[in-house]
Design a binder for this molecule. Structure first.
Ligand code: ADP
Ligand code: MG
Length: 680
């Protein structure tokens, strides 16, 4: 019998372990099972080099619960330990500065324990007492029992154990009784041990017999010792990859592609990544990549470890170079982890490039599901953008796909404006913007479909990257101005006439302040009235709607342009009609307004800092008279406009063409149209 003190410098290390690992204390199970697996693999190694000559037998780690005695036991038939080894590996805690180290890191919640060889001691997070019963593989070895109740003193004694191997017996503390629940331990095993390389038996399999659940004598193996990612790609079929994906994510749709990672230099990395189908933001689920270290589960929250867009991928990454069980901030700054992350980026790009080169048809077919991922990458990661610009595709409204280079070639000739800017026309909704798309096509333009959630951002990014290029939505202006090639044609109306017509047309919209009426000579065949929304305004609104607070533009009403085609016969008829009905009154009004305006101008010019109150009053009087006259004119036109069936009809048709005529306005339009048809 040996009694002694565990070799740590602090008075009592256990309260510290218990306290600072509190939030994570379930990891004790992973630590102890990892040790058991390590011990088993060491034995295999000894056998393979011929040092161990006995029977390996069935190598297995067993986990058993005994609720009655409140114990959880982890047993292996690996190398075992002699008394000296226990002394060396357990009693003399691996490094002398342990206490100091723990003191320093105790505020970091996640465990650094495993990383620094204190894995075994995590058992004390959940136990009042821990026992080790072990017998070394060496022929002459005797079994020993080590026991410690959480104080720095332990006892060591002879024990009875017929076979080589180790039992770790945890006497579960009263505040940790959850770890005696089969459900809880089962969940933990599935989480941490699902792919360990040695079979893990959790009790025995159960069976239903005569309406009762009974134990069989078959061990209940909870893990897959040879998971897909450790196997050779050459030995695997597409079905194997699909089946593994289903096992990992039973609820997810079939993935688009997979990448099998297999690197041994400059670091070790294996894994399988899948591209999920991502149609909307709701499909985006981060934390789908699982990180393993030699098949031991480390974490499934890889944010900060890999670039954000890569967290959209699914699958498994396994690397002995990813430090097991250390804090998140430590992982992020670890240079190995950084290398791994840039390597994954490269692999992902290589794979996409390869698909692009060899199976472009496949890429096009799956593009719509892949696009969100690639857009996200291109927007958020410079390096990814550089690589992706070679295989990223643009889709036009006819469902054809182009690389950036191909597309530029396609539109260069016909879509360069007079200031040498290449205009990429796009639609955000092929149905809503149908009329505009058709007009653009009639001009020989090509129109891209940019209906993805990230497209507003992607457009911004592309405008930054593509030289002398601009994206313009098809409905942002009348067709002749979308790509301004020639000098703009001046409209032959005087500014007074334009003002009058503006009042007249505004009178027929409900919220006229949201529409700016302007005039263009668009030719007889173009529509008489067209509604457009300026690219800039719309983008600001779009961006605002993406940000949670909405920002300044979020609160602004939508504002549109109402473009009146003054060369259209119907518009000409409206102008003629107005002149016939109001000509005399308007001429009188002009006669009254002109001298008043001249007088206001004159008085205004004469104004100085030291003008007298009388002079100011005179100006204000003149202004009042002028605005009275102007108001009268506006009233006149408004009255005329608000009863003008044709104006109303044309404005409503323009709104209708834009999918903007709704509710009461729409129903009034329908009634009015029926009346018009009846009248014919
Ligand atoms: P680490 O696993 O990082 O070395 P641990 O504290 O988990 O640190 O374990 C300390 C040492 O104790 C191990 O390196 C190993 O030599 C020994 N050990 C622990 N568990 C077992 C076991 N089940 N069988 C044999 N040796 C073990
Ligand atoms: Mg360990």
């Amino acid at each position: 019998m040996q009694n002694g003190q565990i070799g740590v410098t602090t008075e009592n290390i256990f309260p510290i372990i218990k306290k600072f690992l509190y939030s994570d204390h379930e990891i004790f199970l992973r630590e102890l099972i990892s040790n058991a697996v390590d011990a088993t693999q060491k034995l295999k190694t000894l056998a393979s080099v011929g040092e161990f000559k006995g029977e390996l037998g069935e190598l297995q780690v067993k986990v058993n619960l005994d609720k009655e005695h409140k114990t959880l036991t982890i047993s292996d038939n690996g190398v075992g330990m002699t008394a000296e080894e226990i002394d060396r590996y357990i009693n003399q805690i691996a490094f002398s500065g342990a206490g100091e180290f723990l003191e320093k890191y105790k505020n970091q919640n996640s465990g650094i324990i495993g990383h620094f060889g204190l894995g075994f001691y995590s058992a004390f997070m959940v136990s009042d007492k821990v026992e080790i019963v072990s017998r070394s593989w060496r022929d002459e070895a005797k079994a020993v029992r080590w026991s410690c109740d959480g104080s720095p003193s332990y006892t060591m004694d002879d024990a009875q154990r017929d076979q080589r191997g180790t039992d770790i017996v945890l006497h579960i503390a009263d505040d940790c009784l959850e770890f005696l629940e089969e459900q809880r331990i089962g969940d933990l095993l599935r989480r941490y041990c699902r792919f360990l390389p040695i079979p893990i038996a959790f009790g025995n399999k159960k069976e239903w017999k005569d309406g009762k659940e009974v134990q069989t004598d078959q061990p209940n193996i909870i893990n897959d010792t040879n998971p897909l990612w450790v196997r050779k790609p050459a030995d695997l079929t597409a079905d194997d990859y699909a089946a593994f994906y289903r096992a990992l994510y039973p609820a997810a749709d079939e993935p688009l592609f997979h990448i099998h990672l297999n690197v041994d230099y400059p670091f070790n990395l294996t894994g399988v990544l899948y591209f999920p189908r991502l149609k909307t933001q709701f499909d985006i689920q981060k934390n789908k990549i699982q990180l393993y270290c030699n098949q031991v589960f480390v974490t499934d929250s890889v944010e900060g470890i890999v670039p954000e867009y890569l967290t959209l991928l699914h699958g498994v990454i396994d690397s002995p170079d990813i430090p097991l069980n250390v804090s998140r901030s430590y992982l992020q700054s670890d240079s190995n982890v950084k290398k791994i992350s840039s390597h994954i980026t490269k692999k992902v790009c290589d794979r996409l490039q390869e698909i692009f080169k060899n199976e472009r048809e496949q890429l096009e077919k799956k593009w719509d599901d892949l696009k969100l991922f690639i857009s996200f990458g291109m927007i958020t990661d410079e390096k990814f953008y550089e690589r992706a610009q070679k295989f990223a595709l643009l889709k036009n409204v006819d469902g054809k796909y182009f690389t950036f280079e191909e597309y530029e070639k396609l539109i260069k000739e016909n879509q360069t404006d007079r200031s040498k800017t290449l205009i990429y026309l796009y639609a955000a909704n092929a149905t809503d913007q149908y009329a505009y798309i058709e007009q653009a096509k009639a001009k020989g333009y090509d129109v891209l479909l940019m209906d993805g959630q990230l497209d507003p951002h992607l457009i911004g990014q592309l405008e930054n990257k593509l030289k002398d290029s601009r994206f313009v939505r098809v409905d942002s202006d009348v067709i002749d101005n979308l790509i301004a090639k020639d000098e703009r044609k001046e409209v032959s109306l005087s500014s007074e006439e334009q003002n009058d017509l503006r009042t007249l047309f505004s009178a027929s919209t409900q919220n006229s302040s949201n529409y700016w009426v302007s005039f263009e000579e668009m030719g007889e065949n173009a529509n008489p009235v067209v509604i457009t929304q300026a690219e800039f305004m719309r983008r600001m609104k779009d961006m605002a709607s993406l940000s949670p607070t909405g920002g300044m533009y979020g609160n602004m009403p939508d504002s549109y342009n109402m473009v009146v085609n003054t060369s259209h016969p119907l518009v000409k008829a409206i102008i003629d009609g107005k002149n016939a009905a109001l000509g005399q009154q308007l001429a009188d009004s002009t006669k009254a307004i002109e001298p008043l305006r001249a007088r206001v101008d004159e008085l205004q010019k004469a104004m100085k800092e030291d003008s007298t109150q009388q002079e100011r009053d005179t100006l204000n009087d003149a202004r009042a008279q002028l605005s009275e006259q102007e108001n009268a004119r506006r009233e006149l036109l408004k009255n005329f406009g608000s009863n003008h069936t044709l104006v109303k009809q044309l404005v409503d048709l323009a709104l209708l063409a834009n999918n903007m005529l709704k509710g009461e306005d729409l129903s009034r339009f329908v009634k009015r149209s029926i009346e018009l048809i009846k009248a014919d």
